[in-house]
Design a protein around this ligand. Structure first.
Ligand code: 0ZP
Length: 330
C-alpha cells in the first residue's frame, strides 16, 4: 500500500505545514502537523473545553462507529518551544492520502496550551518520530508510520516541503518525479527517538566548504534551522547590520540587507538553501527589521534541521533496520 497527501503552509511564512487526515467512520477530516520530532498523534476533540477551542476542527469519537476508548490510558506532552497538551486515548481508523490504519491510537486533547488555541489552522499533530518517544501511559502506542509499515510497499515516507507553496508527504514509495539525480543517504541513530544524523559540513555563500560533522535532528515540526553558534556567527558576519538580539530572541538584520546562501553537506552531496529562505520574516508587518531563518542552537542543546533546511531538498525517511535518511535535489 501507499499514501500521498498535501503539506500545506498554514501562513505566508511557512511557520508550519498541515496535512489532511481522516479519522473515524464516517471520516472526520482534520488538518494535522506531521512532525518527525515527536511521536504522539493528538487532536482537538469533543473532550477539549470549548474555551480552549478557537476555530479548530475537532474529532468527536461519539460520531464514529469505529471508535473505541483505550481504557485507563492517558498522555501528556511538552514540546521544545514550551507548548503542550494532554488527554485520553481512543483507537480508531485513520487515513492519510489513501493509506489506512485500522487501529490507530488517536490521543484526544482534554487540555491544550494557549499557543495551540491561538493557532486556528492546526487541529493537532501526527508524530513521525520513533515510537519510543510516545507519551501514552501505561502502555505506549505506535505511530501511524509504525502501524502502516507492514502493509507498505517500501518501509519509507518522504517529505517534499515547499517554499511558500503546497508540497507533499508520501508513504510507502519514493516518487521519482519529485527529485532529480541520486538520493544521498546517511546513517540515522534513533536514540532517544529522533531522526538523528549528521551533516558532513557547511559553506556560507560562495565561501569554502568547511568539512565538519554536525550532528542534529531532521525535524519537520520545527520551523527554522538551528546550528552551533560558530556556524551561525560565520553566516551573519556576511550580513550588513546583523545582530543577535536579546529582545527578539535571535539574529535579526535590516530587511534591505543582502544575505548569502547556506550550503550543507549530506556525505558527498551538497544542498544549498536560497537566501530568501533565510530571510525568514519581518519582525512585524510594518517593521524594516527581519528575523533570520538560521539561528543558534545553543539554547536548545541540540541542532535542529527544521523546515528552512528540509524544504531545500526532497527528503526520504527510511524505516529500514538500521534506519537512514536520504536527501535529493529537486
Ligand atoms: C517551532 O519551531 C514552532 C515555531 C517557533 C517557535 C519558537 C520560535 C520561533 C521563531 C520563529 C519562527 C517560529 C518559531 C512551531 C510552531 C509552528 C506553528 C504554530 C505553532 C503554535 C504553537 C507552538 C508552536 C508552533 N517549535 C519547535 C518545536 O517545539 C522547537 C523550537 N523551539 C524552535 C524553539 N525554537 N517543534 C515541535 C513540534 C511543534 C510543536 C509542532 C508545536 C507545531 C506545534 C517538535 O518537533 C520538537 C521536538 C524536538 C525538540 C528537541 C526540539 C519535541 O519537542 N518533541 C517532543 C517530544 C516529547 C520529544 C516526548
Amino acid at each position: 500500500d501507499t499514501g500521498s497527501a498535501a503539506a500545506i503552509p498554514i501562513n505566508e511564512v511557512d511557520i508550519a505545514y498541515v496535512t489532511p487526515v481522516t479519522v473515524g467512520t464516517p471520516p472526520q477530516t482534520l488538518m494535522l502537523d506531521l512532525d518527525t520530532g515527536s511521536s504522539d498523534l493528538w487532536v482537538f476533540s469533543s473532550l477539549t473545553p470549548s474555551s480552549q477551542v478557537r476555530g479548530q476542527d475537532i474529532y468527536t469519537p461519539a460520531n464514529s462507529s469505529t471508535s473505541k476508548l483505550l481504557n485507563g490510558h492517558t498522555w501528556s506532552i511538552r514540546y521544545g518551544d514550551g507548548s503542550g497538551s494532554r488527554g485520553t486515548v481512543y483507537l480508531d481508523t485513520l487515513a492519510v492520502g489513501g493509506l489506512e490504519v485500522k487501529s490507530q491510537a488517536v490521543q484526544t486533547a482534554q487540555e491544550v496550551s494557549s499557543s495551540f488555541t491561538q493557532e486556528q489552522s492546526l487541529d493537532g499533530l501526527m508524530g513521525l518520530g520513533f515510537s519510543t518517544l510516545n507519551t501514552v501511559r501505561p502502555s505506549s502506542q505506535l505511530t501511524f508510520f509504525d502501524n502502516a509499515r507492514p502493509s507498505l510497499d517500501e518501509e519509507v515516507f518522504t517529505a517534499d516541503l515547499k517554499y511558500h507553496a503546497t508540497g507533499s508527504y508520501d508513504f510507502g514509495f519514493v516518487d521519482r518525479a519529485k527529485y532529480t539525480g541520486n538520493i544521498s543517504y546517511t546513517a540515522v541513530t534513533e536514540s532517544p527517538g529522533y531522526w538523528t544524523h549528521s551533516l558532513s559540513g557547511y559553506a556560507v555563500g560562495s565561501g569554502a566548504f568547511q568539512t565538519t560533522r554536525l550532528s542534529g535532528i531532521s525535524d519537520t515540526g520545527t520551523t527554522l534551522l538551528y546550528l552551533p553558534t560558530a556556524v551561525v556567527t560565520a553566516y551573519y558576519r556576511q550580513v550588513q547590520g546583523a545582530q543577535n538580539s536579546q529582545y527578539y530572541g535571535g539574529y535579526v538584520f535590516p530587511c534591505s540587507s543582502s544575505l548569502p546562501t547556506f550550503t550543507f553537506g549530506i556525505e558527498e552531496a551538497r544542498f544549498t538553501i536560497p537566501a530568501s529562505y533565510i530571510n525568514y520574516t519581518r519582525i512585524s508587518p510594518t517593521s524594516t527589521t527581519c528575523y533570520g531563518g538560521l539561528q543558534s542552537s545553543s539554547g536548545l542543546g541540540i541542532n535542529i534541521f527544521g523546515d528552512v533546511a528540509l524544504k531545500a531538498a526532497f527528503v526520504v525517511f527510511s524505516g529500514t533496520n538500521p534506519p537512514r535518511i536520504g536527501f535529493a535535489h529537486k
